[in-house]
Write a protein that binds this ligand. Structure first.
Ligand SMILES: [Zn+2]
Length: 452
């Protein structure tokens, strides 16, 4: 018997997308939802196991990828919106793709990455037993909007959860941590406790004490407004994390750190790189522990986990070492630069900036990135700028004090990659594209791959 006709409609659309050679990350869901607006709720009700929801500005995709892998390694069949389609239509598409033609969904766990703005609508339909929040920053699209309003929206969504649900929050990010004071769920915190050197960031969001309204001060800042903060007036401070990362070691090959939970210490090794991946790992591992998954299963999964395409991905261009990382907002850009300077190696950069709709049309956010600090402490030999706004990026670099004779400009991704390879001797190449530029960069690598 056909359970949900809308699933069939969605599957047909998905099939036609495949035939037409299009990805179909949202369209099948969009059409199926117009046939049955309650489709997500109905399909989700068929899943009896863990329902994990991840939201926040940065780190959602890597964190949810890690959590989905941990659950799979634990023998669960997972529905996961891995294409990063994190609106309602994307979730419906993921569910439709996981169903058979009879509308049966033989899966036993859900991992959904959800956009902060649509959280309230989606949480009601999914009824997650655990919600994970990474951090809150201004995205380039809403950089003039109120960050507090986004936090309020997420808090309102969390207030609809039953009391036995779990909410896992970043203790180091004061906007995220503040949510824990006001919700009814069981709250757990994670955070870093290490003397690692932080980033001198333009993307610091001042948070005021929710008790007395005084400015928070910091004993230590890791990046943005993440760190060890306290109120000098009333004594309110960063919550003591249940899950702590200490002894952090970072280089261009990976990350090692110790994770403390209760009286246990676990050693974590990962091929992911950079300080903000310590947060992603800490978040995902804490989730695994809260879901009662054996630590061996978690640590093996984490150790073998490779970055998602374009997320601190290691590659080679004409036998020269390169790293590709998506930069989509000032804080993401700054953390990437900070990670690169931590390697203590000479660098050549390729920065590719488009201003298509998905990127945000306004590229003035490039001026919110502390390039000055990065360039003053890092040896950079050449920078190629590319994409539709290659010239804007070059102007930004010129004003940051970079020698204009060492900037090369081209609008073509292909030419830019050839140029940077040509200029490179011993340097590490870092390719930093924004959202739609990443597509152009990946196309180059796919063509190269196909030629082999
Ligand atoms: Zn206070």
């Amino acid at each position: 018997m056909v359970k949900f006709l809308s699933v069939n409609i969605g599957k047909l659309v998905n099939l036609s997308c495949k035939i037409a050679g299009k990805g179909g990350t949202s369209l099948p869901g969009k059409i199926a939802l117009s046939a049955d607006p309650n489709l997500i709720k109905k399909l989700i009700s068929l899943i009896k196991g863990n329902k994990v929801m991840i939201t926040g500005t940065n780190g959602k995709t890597t964190t949810s990828g890690l959590i989905a892998s941990i659950l799979s390694a634990n023998g669960k069949k997972v529905v996961y919106n891995k294409e990063g389609a994190n609106m309602k239509t994307g979730l419906a598409t993921a569910l439709i793709k996981s169903s058979n033609f009879f509308g049966n969904l033989q899966k036993d766990a859900v991992v959904f990455e959800v956009d902060e703005a649509t959280m309230l609508i989606i949480i009601e339909e999914v009824q997650p037993n655990i919600v994970v929040i990474t951090n809150f920053f201004r995205d380039q699209l809403d950089r003039f909007g109120e960050l507090d309003m986004t936090v309020e929206k997420v808090k309102k969504a969390l207030l609809t959860l039953p009391q036995d649900s779990i909410v896992l929050l970043n203790a180091d990010e004061p906007f995220t941590a503040s949510i824990g004071d006001e919700i009814k769920s069981k709250v757990f915190y994670y955070g870093i406790e290490d003397n690692i050197e932080g980033i001198n960031s333009f993307s610091f969001e001042q948070k005021y004490c929710p008790v007395c309204g005084h400015r928070y001060e910091y004993k230590r800042v890791y990046y943005g407004q993440l760190g060890d903060y306290y109120c000098p007036n009333c004594g309110k401070k960063r919550p003591n994390p249940h899950f702590k990362a200490t002894n952090i070691f970072l280089n261009e090959e990976g990350i090692n750190f110790d994770l403390h939970y209760k009286d246990k210490v676990f050693t974590i090794k990962s091929k992911l790189i950079g300080l903000y991946n310590v947060y992603n790992l800490l978040t995902a591992i804490s989730t695994g522990i809260l879901l009662n998954i054996e630590f061996n299963t978690i640590s093996k999964t984490v150790e073998n986990y490779l970055p998602i395409e374009g997320r601190l991905q290691k590659t080679k261009i004409k036998n020269k070492k390169a790293i590709i990382n998506l930069i989509k907002n000032p804080i993401g850009f700054e953390s990437t630069l900070n990670m690169l300077s931590q390697f203590n190696k000479p660098l050549n950069l390729l920065i590719s900036i488009n201003d298509n709709y998905a990127d945000g049309r306004d590229v003035s956010w490039l001026w919110d990135v502390n390039l000055e600090s990065f360039l003053s402490k890092t040896k950079v030999n050449y920078i190629v700028t590319s994409g539709l706004r290659a010239e804007d990026m070059a102007v930004r670099l010129k004003y940051a004090g970079f020698d204009i004779k060492k900037i090369k400009i081209t609008n073509s991704a292909e030419k830019a990659i050839d140029m940077i390879a040509e200029l490179t001797k011993e340097e590490l190449i870092a390719i930093l594209p924004n959202y739609t530029s990443l597509y152009d960069i990946n196309k180059y690598f796919k063509i190269q791959e196909a030629k082999k």
